[in-house]
Structure formats: structure tokens, C-alpha cells
Design a protein around this ligand. Structure first.
Ligand code: ADP
Ligand code: SR1
Ligand code: MG
Length: 430
């Protein structure tokens, strides 16, 4: 085994569950049994996993429902040829609990973690649906932008050196270093493979062959993405979710929950904020592919960009407001006392948020590019059946991704970014 290959430890007693073996397992846990109610033989169990990695079951009984997520010792999308450690379920559980403590009401409630079966039993979110799926249908979610902003502001701030003590933070950083295999997966599939010839890559071909080749030959782009990769690998700023795209958010019109933090580790905050913004931009460019004669999706496209703007403003406002509560060991009170100190601290806060904005754009851009040229694609584009129509949507998204990755500092406001998105969209249609 090379240093880069993850050690797959399979706990004694681990076995993947299925729709027949899950009910007897849950029936042995009195609290879970009571939540479902009635006789286990009458419980309905469905496997609904639509993600790339795990098994996800929904169980319903006469008294209520549960969601059960179990890790497999490999990447589900690819199969057993790509091993992946089971202990990612441990880190997902740790992150769900910690993020839930910092952002109450914005994550599912957690009922049980089983360290042998590597499964998490949690609140069944219903009638919630995955935000990405709703957006493909053109559904607006009025709370999503501010709820996701609140979740990120609180989880990122309170796990950073501003929101926690140096000793506690370092202990948590050390713990989450154990999730290295999931980090390595991200390092490879987001920051490296899309920029080289690699068996994992695919794109809408031959329509996008020219752009895929141009990106592989683009020295400034490869320098920018590699510098960003270094940030991802080395900047232990906060406990980030690590995979916060619109497929990790479940929504209704008046409720928002963030799920699936199995890639959590102490990394750069911009990786989370960028995931959301980048995936909104991807959805924006995909809308032409879902338009019909009856609905050209023009108003919806505008709403998607408004959502990105609302998100960033709400995030900056809420994250900035938390600096008034405490700045921990990082900006000690002793250095920022009195009126002058407060003014100086405001300058420091504004500079940190401006830097985070640039990171957001670059990480968001890297995520846009990987979803079009790399291994794991988004249904926003994948569900556009006609490859010519799909490629026409993907091309301007790729070009904007390249622009934001290489020239991020030229964009000082989120409105400058949404203007650029409109411009790239208009130019593609011209
Ligand atoms: P993966 O890690 O394999 O990507 P996810 O955590 O994203 O798995 O879950 C896969 C799917 O299961 C989600 O897209 C969603 O439809 C469903 N799901 C996950 N968690 C819940 C939940 N708590 N309640 C209802 N459905 C859920
Ligand atoms: C093999 S790549 C799998 C991808 O799915 C997860 O949701 C992450 O985004 C990861 O990059
Ligand atoms: Mg996942």
C-alpha cells in the first residue's frame, strides 16, 4: 500500500445493511423503535441514496420516520475498485453534532452513531427536498440564502481561532486530520484531475473537447488552481463542511437543513462559501437547458443570481457581527482596547471578509470547473438530455469559472460577479 492509499479498517461485525436487515437492527434500539412505533414487520424501508458514496435508507412506521446513512468501504459511484475508509461516518457524525450545536435548527437532529456498522441514524427531513432538485424544476426558496448564510457564519466562526480557544482548536484539528483520505479525494478530483489527462475525467464530448484541451494547456489557470490547492491543504481555518453544494442542502419554503458533512476537516472557510456560490452559478447557466416554450426561465435565472447576492451579503453581515461578540486568542482584547482599538478591529474584520470573498470566488470557480470536466457531475447539467444543448450551457459556465479562478481579485463585490455571469450568458447566446 502506498502512502497515498487509504488504510481501509473494517470493524469486526461491520456489514452493509439492506432493506431487509435494517428493520431488525433498528428494532433492537428501544428509543428508535419507539420513534417508528408499531410492529417492525410493518415498517417500510426504502434505499434512497442518490449521492456518490453511501447507502441512505428511509424508514417509516406508524408513529414516525427515520433516515439512516451507512458508509460503504468504497466509492459507490465507481465500485469496489476505489476503496474509501469507513471512518468517514465518524467524522460526518462529529461534524453534524458540532455544526448542529453552533447552528441550531439548520442541521438534522442526530439520534445515534454506530461505530461498528458505521451508520448514523438521524431525523427524517420531510417534506424537504434536495435544493438542487427544486432549482432544476424552477422552484424558489425564499429562506435558503439567509439560512445557509447563517449556518456558514456560525459554524465557521465558532470553530475558527476567533470563536474557540487555541488549545481546543488544535485538539479538534488533530482529530479531523484523521479524515485525510476524504481530503485527498477532494485534492485529486477538484484541484488536479480536471487539468490533466486522467481516466476519471469526462465531459460533453466532442462539443467541449476544445475547452478541455485548452484548460489542460492553460499555465496561468494551472498555477492558480495549484495555489488554491495549497490553501486547501494547509489553511486550517475552521471546521468546514467540505462538500457544501446545493445537493447537500434540503429545503422547504420555510425550512433549510444542511446535510452530509462527511468531507469535514479544518480547512479554508472559502471552500464552503465558494461551494454554495459556485453551485448557484452552475444552476444559473443550466437553466436554458430546462427552459420550455411556456417558461423560458428568465425570471428564475434572475432569482438564482439574487440568491447568490443575498447569500453573500447575509453571510458577510452575520459573520462580521460575530466579531463583536468575541475574537478569541486571534485578535486579543489587549491589542484592541478602547475606541481606537475598536476602529482598528473593524478594519481587520473588513480585510478578513474581503480576503474570504476572493477565496469564495476561487474555490467556487474550481468547483464549477470540476463538475463539468472532472469525475462527478451535477444533475443541473446531466439532466439536459440533448448534448448540444447541454454543452451550450456548460461552455459559458466553464469560461466564467476560468475567469474567476485566474482574475478573482478584479471582482470586489458579489454584484460584479453576477454581472459577469449575465455577461458570459449573454455572450454565449449571441
Ligand atoms: P452521500 O454522502 O452518499 O452523497 P447524502 O448524505 O447526500 O449521501 O444523502 C443522499 C440522499 O439521501 C440525499 O440526496 C437525500 O435525498 C437523502 N437524505 C439524506 N439525508 C436525509 C435526511 N436526513 N432526511 C431525508 N432524506 C435524506
Ligand atoms: C469520486 S468523487 C465524489 C464526489 O462526490 C461527493 O459528493 C464529493 O463532491 C466528491 O468530490
Ligand atoms: Mg456525501
Amino acid at each position: 500500500m502506498s502512502a497515498d492509499q487509504p488504510a481501509i479498517v473494517i470493524p469486526e461485525g461491520y456489514r452493509p445493511l439492506d432493506v431487509h436487515t435494517l428493520a431488525p437492527y433498528l428494532a433492537e434500539q428501544p428509543a428508535l423503535r419507539a420513534r417508528l412505533g408499531g410492529d417492525p414487520s410493518g415498517w417500510r424501508v426504502d434505499e434512497v441514496g442518490d449521492g456518490n458514496l453511501n447507502l441512505v435508507f428511509i424508514v417509516r412506521g406508524p408513529a414516525g420516520g427515520l433516515c439512516v446513512k451507512q458508509a460503504l468501504p468504497y466509492v459507490r459511484l465507481v465500485g469496489e475498485s476505489w476503496p474509501l475508509p469507513l471512518n468517514r461516518a465518524f467524522f460526518e457524525h462529529e461534524a453534524l453534532v458540532e455544526h448542529g450545536r453552533h447552528a441550531p435548527g439548520l442541521t438534522p437532529e442526530i439520534y445515534r452513531f454506530d461505530p461498528v456498522l458505521m451508520l448514523i441514524v438521524m431525523e427524517l427531513l420531510e417534506p424537504h427536498i434536495i435544493m438542487r432538485r427544486g432549482m432544476i424544476q424552477g422552484i424558489r426558496y425564499p429562506r435558503a440564502a439567509t439560512d445557509v448564510a447563517e449556518y456558514m457564519a456560525r459554524t465557521l466562526f465558532f470553530t475558527s481561532d476567533l470563536g474557540t480557544s487555541a488549545a481546543e482548536k488544535k485538539a479538534r484539528v488533530a482529530l479531523f486530520c484523521g479524515n485525510a483520505a476524504l481530503c485527498k479525494l477532494t485534492e485529486d478530483v477538484i484541484f488536479t484531475e480536471p487539468y490533466m489527462v486522467h481516466d476519471n475525467n469526462r465531459w460533453t464530448s466532442p462539443q467541449l473537447d476544445d475547452l478541455a484541451a485548452a484548460f489542460r494547456a492553460d499555465a496561468p489557470l494551472k498555477r492558480a488552481v495549484s495555489r488554491l490547492k495549497c490553501k486547501f491543504m494547509g489553511n486550517a481555518e475552521a471546521l468546514i463542511h467540505g462538500d457544501l453544494h446545493t445537493g447537500s442542502i434540503m429545503v422547504t419554503q420555510d425550512d433549510t437543513r444542511v446535510i452530509d458533512p462527511e468531507f469535514a476537516f479544518y480547512g479554508p472557510m472559502g471552500f464552503d462559501t465558494g461551494a454554495f456560490v459556485g453551485n448557484l452559478l452552475l444552476n444559473y447557466f443550466s437553466q436554458d437547458g430546462h427552459a420550455t416554450e411556456a417558461d423560458e426561465r428568465t425570471a428564475y435565472r434572475a432569482w438564482v443570481l439574487e440568491t447568490a447576492e443575498t447569500f453573500w451579503h447575509a453571510f458577510a453581515e452575520r459573520y462580521g457581527a460575530l466579531w463583536a461578540e468575541r475574537t478569541g486568542d486571534a485578535y486579543p482584547e489587549a491589542l484592541f482596547a478602547g475606541e481606537e482599538g475598536a476602529a482598528s478591529l473593524s478594519l481587520a474584520r473588513d480585510a478578513a471578509i474581503a480576503e474570504l470573498f476572493t477565496d469564495t470566488l476561487q474555490f467556487g470557480a474550481a468547483k464549477m470547473i470540476r463538475r463539468i470536466l472532472g469525475i462527478a457531475h451535477n444533475i443541473d447539467f446531466e439532466w439536459i438530455e440533448d448534448p448540444d444543448r447541454r454543452a451550450a450551457c456548460e461552455r459559458p459556465a466553464l469560461l466564467l469559472g476560468r475567469e474567476l479562478l485566474v482574475n478573482a481579485t478584479a471582482y470586489e463585490t458579489i454584484e460584479a460577479v453576477t454581472d459577469a455571469a449575465r455577461d458570459f450568458h449573454a455572450r454565449a447566446g449571441a
